[in-house]
Design a protein around this ligand. Sequence first.
Ligand code: CA
Length: 226
Amino acid sequence: MPTILFVEDEYPMRVALEDAFKHCGYEVASASDGEAGLKLVEERKPDLVILDVMLPHMDGFEVCKQLRQRGFTKPILMLTARSQEVDKVIGLELGADDYVTKPFGDRELLARVKALLRRASHEPPELGNYRFGTVDIDFTHFIAEKNGYSLRLTSTEFSLLHLLISQKGKVLTREELLNKVWGYEFFPQSRTVDNHILRLRQKLEDDPNHPRHILTMHGLGYKFVD
Ligand code: CA
């Protein structure tokens, strides 16, 4: 079973989450602050990290950023106590794959985790290697390079790029991308798609403000061209 790491300082919350996930058969590890969380990621190599935004010393955003900088590519799900859009956007820009707003039910969180894990483990490898512009992608081994320098893409970014390339030249709507990449329909947050597209462009395009490969089709969605 996959290992889930929780980083949450509130003890009752942490215990409740651990119990719920253990009950479903997951391996569980937990930390009460960011520092300990980063250490546990190295030690336990979790398949997914659930990260609370409000943590002492180092907040969840900083932990997320550091995890990505250290090359952690597995899914990160953020827990936010506030429902402000800004938190969600910051989290996604720093490399989180999804977020859940407190209070939430165990079932909702378990469903999100399941969807993220399914996506991370069932990446279709048919594309193998793909080259466009100065970018080389090895979808089988999750390796991305631009001008020979390695790029760090998260599992969600690989999925999104894979889908766009596999449907090359075709316009994909935000809803299609949400359903196929994020794998659920009850969460119509088109900002999620936009933020991930933005990050992909920043990593892959020569001039992210004038993209040549990941194009916006106004009022329709996005499409990939070589
Ligand atoms: Ca907290």
